[in-house]
Design a protein around this ligand. Structure first.
Ligand code: E4P
Ligand code: PEP
Length: 338
């Protein structure tokens, strides 16, 4: 059960709802989104029914939700949500291009990648300072030094930063630099990390686990939401199937399905799904056509020397085509580049 607070509800109204639920032996989780605050109730639903929550001051409505994920469910919020990242909207009506280097390597490489991304129409900069690598011998990222480079490039370009956090212990550090925290496919069910990100006060981009169902992905988002943070963007980045011709299999149908089940924005990562430069533009076209709220794309000034995922990074010529694509295609599906 979810209590939706009216837009004019005060902190005292929210507290009154929480304490009534707790007095009745339940738990109440307050989640604040851009547009509204909701309180998720856990406990004996019949007992909550007797509390007359609907009659309390500041309460806009009380909804029973049948899906196992409550706060992120579309049953709880019929309208699709917009998440703002450093002022940039991600959600219905717009198409957001997030682009940048897979990994932050040097100040020059990051600035060049950001400028290439921006020239193609990107309004948010991606870049990993903490890299989740299959091999412990592979480049693991520059850590805090990489975050400092990202912050400098943000100052230079004005692009808000999206960057990954791989360990709950680093959430405060990464959040002190980032405009949005990314949780990657390998950590899609790292519940301690999801909860810490939920408490960070920063918007979260949650990638789908490579072996995860859509329901598991939404349950992971619920962990973030339950800690008070409804500013979550879901990212489909391909799943592990029997097919080896691509790095992962982009599950394009996951976009409309997740949008039907959840009010959260859904974007696509054509770089990590295809795993190869020549697939990025076709998959971007598919993502826009299917109604994705954005795409996140790897860009590198010199992919042949990249320390991570060079084969999937777009270079100058591709970026001119990308710029045309993200400008021309979204209007056909009722969207504009943010
Ligand atoms: C990149 O962003 C990831 O860290 C990368 O795709 C991990 O893959 P790998 O370590 O198997 O190369
Ligand atoms: C990334 O975007 O840097 C990344 C590691 O992606 P994924 O978690 O989808 O592999």
């Amino acid at each position: 059960m979810v209590v939706v607070m009216a837009p004019e509800a005060t902190e005292a109204d929210i507290k009154a709802v929480v304490s009534l639920v707790e007095t009745a032996g339940g738990d109440a989780f307050v989640s604040r989104g851009v547009e509204r605050t909701i309180v998720g109730l856990v406990g004996d639903l019949q007992q909550f029914g007797a509390l007359n929550l609907r009659g309390m001051r500041g309460v806009g409505g009380v909804i029973r939700i049948s899906a196992p994920y409550k706060l992120v469910s579309r049953e709880n919020h019929a309208e699709r949500s917009v998440v703002r990242v450093g002022g940039v909207p991600v959600g219905p009506g717009t198409m957001t291009l997030i682009a940048g280097p897979c990994a932050v390597e040097t100040p020059d490489q990051t600035l060049q990648a950001a400028q290439m991304a921006q020239a193609a129409g990107a309004t948010l900069l991606r870049g990993g300072a903490f890299k989740p690598r299959t091999s412990p011998y592979a480049f693991q990222g520059l850590g805090e030094a990489g975050l400092r480079i990202l912050a400098d490039v943000r100052d230079e370009t004005g692009m808000p930063i999206v960057t990954e956090v791989v360990d709950a212990a680093d959430v405060d550090l990464v959040a002190s630099y980032a405009d949005m925290l990314q949780i990657g496919t390998r950590n899609a069910q790292n519940f301690a990390l999801l909860q810490a990100a939920g408490e960070s006060g920063k918007p979260v981009m949650l990638k789908r686990g490579m072996n995860g169902t859509i329901e598991e992905w939404l349950m992971a988002a619920e962990y973030v939401a339950q800690r008070g943070n409804l500013d979550i963007v879901l990212c489909e980045r391909g799943i592990r199937t029997f097919e080896r011709a691509t790095r992962n299999t982009l599950d394009i149908s996951a976009v409309p399905v997740a949008q039907r089940l959840s009010h959260l924005p859904v974007i696509v990562d054509p770089s990590h799904s295809g795993g190869s430069r020549d697939l990025v533009l076709p998959l971007t076209r598919a993502a826009i056509a299917v109604g994705a709220d954005g795409v996140i794309i790897d860009v590198h000034p010199h992919p042949e020397t990249a320390l991570c995922d060079g084969p999937q990074a777009l270079v100058d010529g591709d970026l001119r085509e990308l710029a045309k694509l993200v400008r021309d295609l979204p209007p056909f599906v009722g969207r504009a580049l943010t």
